[in-house]
Unconditional design. Structure first.
Length: 309
């Protein structure tokens, strides 16, 4: 029996790292977040939530562009049927065209909750944008998870949540994963791709004290779940069925905030970080806090889904 077990291939083998972790943009972001790869532009978009900036990085051309706003930005998605990007601003969802600088405000998600702000978000395979809200200054569970399909079509799916990051989906799109950052855990919900409805959340992974706080998530082409571990200084890869940790990649910044795959072959893992929670002494020992990092891995990620609204 032992010989048979040894000969059986592992369903989710550990990924392999093919390069050193490198800083590709020493942006000193207060709170980097929301990285998304645009295959249309061969560029990575990401935000500095607290710094109120949208960034774009072209790896091949080594170009870096930034746009400043009068309010925080929680997330970004590439639009499918129009130029530009869907932005989750402090209170509103909006479309922004980087070429013209035009900003079109679309919908205010929580007008009755002025203390909340829009946070992390991502599109599913049908082009629906999933975004969470959170209290702007504390970790009280006053937020909610929304499904946005354009115009004023924004439906609340869950309420009473604290700071949450993600979401990401299983490879077969039957499970949605999102973090409960304050409780150091990742939640999983059954997901109906046709209707966009969710089941009851369950704890998929509970992190122990000292193992960091669960932040941004993404899924690779094999189905493994990748997670940024804020406060612990690394990114980890996990078996989607068991949550078993398969790999961890150390990052030269303690506050690691999000990760996504990009590059021409989607084998570059881009990682954002924050400098906001690093003390003055910490900044001397962590000069790359707030940088955008990149590392090559042996297995590709998945292309980002476009917003169809």
């Amino acid at each position: 029996m032992a010989a048979v077990l040894q000969a059986t291939p592992q369903r989710y083998p550990p990924p392999a790292v093919r390069s050193e972790v490198r800083s590709v943009w020493s942006a000193q972001a207060l709170r980097g977040a929301g990285p998304v790869w645009s295959s249309r532009e061969d560029a990575l978009y990401w935000v500095d939530t607290a710094g109120r900036q949208l960034h774009r990085f072209h790896p091949q051309r080594k170009l870096r562009d930034s746009w400043s706003f009068d309010e925080s930005i929680g997330a970004v998605a590439v639009c499918a049927s129009r130029p530009g990007l869907l932005l989750a601003l402090r209170h509103e969802l909006a479309v922004f065209d980087p070429d013209s600088g035009r900003l079109q405000r679309l919908h205010q998600a929580e007008p009755a909750q002025p203390a909340n702000r829009l946070g992390d978000g991502r599109c599913d395979a049908r082009g629906r944008f999933w975004v969470s809200t959170r209290h702007a200054t504390s970790q009280v569970p006053s937020g909610a998870l929304y499904r946005y399909t354009g115009g004023s079509h924004c439906q609340r799916l869950q309420s009473g949540i604290g700071p949450s990051h993600g979401p990401t989906w299983s490879l077969d799109h039957t499970t949605l994963f999102m973090t409960d950052t304050a409780q150091r855990r990742v939640l999983a919900c059954s997901f109906d791709a046709d209707t966009g409805t969710l089941g009851t959340p369950r704890t998929w992974l509970q992190l122990a004290p000292g193992e960091g706080h669960a932040q941004g998530l993404c899924t690779d082409a094999v189905g493994r779940i990748w997670m940024a571990r804020s406060g612990a200084g690394f990114v980890s890869s996990h078996d989607p069925d068991t949550s078993e940790e398969l790999l961890r990649i150390s990052i030269p910044a303690t506050q690691v905030t999000a990760c996504t795959f990009g590059g021409s072959d989607l084998r570059t893992l881009f990682i954002t970080s924050a400098s906001q929670q690093t003390s003055e002494i910490g900044l001397l020992s962590e000069p790359l806090a707030g940088a955008l990092f990149a590392v090559e891995v042996d297995s590709p990620g998945l292309p980002a889904h476009l917003f169809v609204g």
